[in-house]
Write a protein that binds this ligand. Structure first.
Ligand SMILES: Nc1ncnc2c1ncn2[C@@H]1O[C@H](COP(=O)(O)OP(=O)(O)OP(=O)(O)O)[C@@H](O)[C@H]1O
Ligand SMILES: [Mg+2]
Length: 314
């Protein structure tokens, strides 16, 4: 349903997104996860034809966003970061206005508005003025306007930002129900949100795609504790025994090369334990020669630490 290849967008000399490629199948909920300035909104604006890419290609339902933008727009509903609602219109008045803008007419327009009002839980407030609605309800109106043309693809830019916890749960539930036969792309800063809603998550940072995976796989990679590789001179079994008693160590695997005169171990630690210092200490105080000690396979954790740190700064 969505195909993106080597997509790049420069703002002047600064890249908003750089060489990003991914795809999304029909019915899939795909999450864009990344800190402020990662390029989430930029990618979404390109997919919705609000911005032309500098290079690369993006297709929606087989139509190119540059050459066939009318066909793309017809198939897409977009909830931008800041929904351009008209605060002095009523809910149904505003949805009627959006439907007319999208070229819908007469009875089918009225029927469609009925449907989205129902789907988005807006029936009780349909005659209320938008400016007087709570933020959660305004977000529902934003979702309703994205749905008016019954799009195959829904693009939601941080749909739960600024909502209280109860509204967040309601909007997530609504998004889940709206998905079904539609393809949904939503952006978020929040890893648990992505894992709750999405079939797959794309992590982007500083304009670049970091990884694409299912939430479960990501969580497994994230939640795994620290792994340390350690090289020691001494008796193999004795060293293993010492390492196994270090607090926080969950497993010790012998990785020594057969011909080497030294022993190598891969030490796995339980989550939340930094075993480097106690492991080094245990080796040395037991009279063995510590040759090398280094954490391994931390790349995804590093990435997340970076993501989270940036989020804290912003
Ligand atoms: N109109 C613009 N002109 C110049 N630079 C821009 C423009 N829009 C975005 N950028 C830059 O492009 C980069 C990506 O921005 P983008 O808004 O796509 O990130 P984002 O992931 O949506 O961030 P946020 O979580 O804050 O919404 C940022 O460095 C930003 O400063
Ligand atoms: Mg954004």
């Amino acid at each position: 349903m969505i195909e993106v290849q080597h997509l790049t967008k420069y703002y002047g000399r600064h890249p908003g997104i750089l060489d990003v490629s991914f795809g999304a199948e029909k019915g899939e909920i795909l999450g864009f996860l990344g800190p402020n300035g990662a390029g989430k909104t930029t990618a979404m604006r390109i997919l919705t034809c609000y911005l032309p890419p500098s290079s690369g290609m993006a297709k929606v339902a087989g139509y190119d966003v540059l050459d066939q933008s009318l066909e793309v727009r017809r198939r897409i509903g977009y909830l931008p970061e800041n929904v351009p609602l008209y605060h002095d219109l009523s809910v149904s008045g505003y949805l009627g206005f959006v439907a007319r803008l999208k070229g819908m007419q007469g009875r089918s327009r009225r029927a469609r508005i009925e449907k989205v009002v129902e789907e988005c839980g807006l029936a009780e407030v349909r005659n209320r003025i938008i400016g007087k609605l709570s933020k959660g309800y305004r977000q529902r109106v934003g979702l309703a306007q994205a749905l008016v043309n019954d799009p195959d693809v829904l693009i939601l830019d941080e749909p739960t930002v600024g909502l209280d916890p109860r509204q967040i749960i309601e909007i997530r539930e609504l998004i889940r129900n709206l998905a079904g036969r539609r393809t949904v792309i939503l952006s978020t800063h929040i890893l648990p949100e992505a894992s709750l809603l999405c079939n797959r998550v794309i992590i982007i940072n500083k304009g670049k795609l970091v990884t694409v995976d299912t939430p479960d796989n990501l969580k497994n990679r994230l939640q795994r504790g620290m792994t340390v590789e350690i090289t020691v001179r001494g008796d193999r079994e004795a060293i293993r025994g010492v390492l196994e008693t270090v607090t926080g160590v969950s497993s010790v695997t012998d990785t020594s090369a057969p011909s080497a005169g030294t022993c190598a171990f891969r030490v796995e630690a339980r989550e939340g334990f930094d075993v480097r210092e106690p492991a080094a200490q245990a080796v040395v105080t037991n009279g063995f020669g510590l040759l090398e000690l280094a954490p391994v396979d931390m790349s995804l954790e590093d990435i997340f630490v970076e993501l989270v740190t940036q989020e804290d700064i912003n």
